[in-house]
Design a binder for this molecule. Structure first.
Ligand code: AMP
Ligand code: ZN
Ligand code: FE
Ligand code: FE
Length: 282
């Protein structure tokens, strides 16, 4: 059965690779079905669709995005799939998210400045380029300026959710996102629940109307994978998964791309759910 990876980032958000280079790598790894799931943008997906078609590649792509939703004051990652990428309310939603990311980064910069860190918004903008801004872009400046020596260290010292707790974010709420993705005919999965949520929290998140759980993810060991898969099956939810590949322009060591995959049957279930949803909508 064909191997699928439904969690991949490009330079349209905080991935290291541009679409052509990424698709080449993906094909070399033997993947047959993918979703590009950049943070709050579908620019990478749109470009990949065009690239695959222009080059006649034997690679199926379904629409995807990793949305940052607000739940109480927590940021929750939701994966949306198989939505209509031209749906107006959906496009408005991600445009708002883009602005929210910029505003949030300005707040992060203010916070870092108040701690004596010399960093400014425009230099982070220069790293993210046309892509959606995220904390890894700020991390790269902290490395460049010698405040830290690695991205994980940048998160531990300056950028983790604990460190930036209390800053204002204008992200849409989980309820708003579920409503908008569903009216665009898409399905939603809770991203990498791993050790992030308690069982009670997971149940509450699912109760907002999510369709699936990302059971397969590099942060999940086999026992965690098994337990989420069991929860998904018991509750009649979709099973999603992928490598959460962010790429690297420094090395060719990509341990998860092509290995952290799901089978085609799971993608078929996702597509079936989305097709039924679209049928009800029309
Ligand atoms: P943001 O979109 O600004 O909320 O940043 C989230 C992204 O930062 C994630 O998708 C990861 O790519 C990266 N990230 C989050 N936590 C860490 C960490 N502890 N170490 C390295 N990268 C991280
Ligand atoms: Zn990321
Ligand atoms: Fe995520
Ligand atoms: Fe991700």
């Amino acid at each position: 059965m064909a191997k699928a990876d439904l969690h991949i980032h490009t330079k349209a958000s905080d991935g290291a690779l541009e679409v052509p280079e990424l698709i080449k790598k993906i094909s070399e790894k033997g993947l047959k079905i993918i979703a590009i799931t950049d943070h709050d943008t579908i620019d990478g997906y749109t470009e990949a669709v065009k690239f695959i078609s222009e080059n006649n590649l034997n690679l199926e792509i379904i629409s995807g995005v990793e949305l940052t939703a607000l739940w109480n004051s927590m940021e929750v990652h939701l994966l949306a799939y198989a939505f209509d990428p031209e749906n107006e309310p959906f496009l408005t939603l991600i445009a708002k998210q883009k602005m929210a990311r910029r505003k949030r980064m300005k707040e992060i910069v203010k916070l870092l400045n108040s701690k004596g860190v010399d960093i400014d918004y425009e230099e982070i903008r220069a790293v993210s380029g046309k892509g959606n801004m995220g904390r890894p872009h700020a991390a790269s400046i902290l490395i460049k300026k010698g405040y830290v020596s690695s991205i994980p260290e940048a998160f531990i010292k300056y950028l983790s959710s604990d460190k930036i707790e209390g800053i204002k974010t204008g992200y849409q709420t989980i309820q708003q996102m579920v409503e908008i993705v569903k009216q665009a005919g898409g399905v939603l999965s809770i991203a990498h629940p791993g050790p992030i949520y308690s069982r009670k929290e997971l149940d509450e998140l699912l109760s907002f109307g999510l369709d699936g759980i990302e059971c397969i993810h590099p942060s999940h060991n086999f026992s965690v994978q098994r337990s989420y898969t069991q929860i998904a099956k018991t509750n009649n939810l979709l099973i999603t998964g992928g490598s959460d590949y962010h790429g690297s322009n420094k090395s060719d060591y990509d341990p998860y791309l092509g290995t952290v995959t799901i089978s085609q049957s799971h993608v078929d279930s996702i597509k079936r759910t989305a097709t039924n949803r679209k049928r009800i909508l029309t």
